[in-house]
Design a protein around this ligand. Structure first.
Ligand code: CO
Length: 328
């Protein structure tokens, strides 16, 4: 059994549909046969193929990769957090409805996470609840909304809502920090993306937000938690030796690893070993970031082929943890 909890879709959205959200900044899909281009306004954003939007092709792809169940979520360029809620809410609902449509080809194999208009706390809570009724198995959120990180009152309130409604949350880095030094070689994806995730996790820990959030919250961070596992010793050392790090956080940062999960998308057996050592084998879930080039091409090979993980741990990471987390 192989359950992949981190993968993306992008529905066939025409330019005129996207223009209702924002003619310059909303994404849409230019399709030519089995290939396509995600466009943002008039600018090409990313070349893609039909596995991203065609449910039948996606099922073929899962067969080819030996994946039993795949949890798909929006490509983050679809979030629309920067738009006024009057336009963002109908857009979000349309994307969520299109996601459910895509699962209908094989509801047992294709699962989806909803997006929410995170710029508006109440609307985000309502849409998360609506999506749950529609069949979404959880929600995906970006790790921040402009200047608001996960420790902001609005985002903590949203997470508390998800805990109370029993809605699992996947946090995906997006809108990466850039100041002009990261414009080439996909540096925003290679440097800033893991840092965004690290910032999300540490802002929840060091703000004391986990002290206020219910322990029942099911929270998962993409890309193995970014730099978190490797840098946890640094955070603990800082907490021990600087009072300003302890100011809002009563316990060692490493004591909060029991409060969240991560996916396995780290692409190196040594990194995966460290991740399992730090998080525990019951808090790592197979996540590929498919079907993009920066995802794991042979989905699950990094876990299955690992020389040191036990068969029982591989079983947990590839299926059991996800089944419990998403109630699949
Ligand atoms: Co991703």
């Amino acid at each position: 059994m192989k359950i992949d909890i981190h993968s993306h879709f992008f529905p066939r959205i025409a330019q005129h549909e996207a223009a209702k959200l924002c003619p310059q900044r909303a994404p849409w899909l230019h399709v030519e046969g089995r290939s396509g281009q995600i466009m943002v306004g008039d600018k090409p954003f990313r070349p893609v193929d039909d596995v991203l939007w065609d449910a039948a092709r996606r099922i073929d792809y899962l067969d080819e990769k030996g994946v039993d169940v795949q949890v798909m979520c929006a490509t983050p360029v679809m979030f629309g957090y920067e738009q006024p809620i009057e336009r963002a809410l109908p857009w979000t609902q349309r994307m969520n409805d299109r996601a459910i449509e895509m699962t209908q080809a094989a509801p047992q194999r294709l699962k989806v996470l909803a997006q929410v208009p995170l710029q508006d706390r109440d609307a985000a809570c309502r849409e998360a609840s609506r999506a749950k009724v529609c069949g979404h198995v959880g929600v995906q959120i970006g790790n921040h909304v402009a200047e608001r990180d996960l420790d902001h009152d609005d985002l903590v309130a949203f997470l508390a809502h998800c805990a109370h409604e029993n809605i699992p949350v996947l946090v995906h880095p997006w809108d990466m920090m850039r100041d002009g030094r990261m414009k080439k070689w996909m540096l925003p994806w290679l440097v800033a993306m893991p840092a965004e995730t690290q910032l999300g996790i540490l802002s929840l820990i060091l703000s004391g937000a986990f002290e206020r959030l219910p322990a029942t919250l099911r929270l998962c961070f993409a890309h193995g938690g970014g730099g978190f596992a490797f840098l946890l010793g640094r955070a603990d050392n800082a907490w021990r030796h600087r009072d300003i790090v302890r100011e809002d956080c009563p316990h060692l940062p490493s004591s909060y690893v029991t409060r969240f999960h991560v996916d396995s998308a780290v692409f190196d057996p040594r990194s995966l070993q460290l991740l399992v050592d730090v998080m525990g084998a019951d808090r790592v879930m197979l996540g590929s970031d498919a079907p993009f080039p920066l995802g794991e091409q042979d989905i699950g090979a990094g876990v299955h082929g690992h020389a040191a993980l036990t068969a029982a741990d591989k079983q947990r990471i590839c299926a059991d943890n996800a089944r419990a987390f998403f109630a699949i």
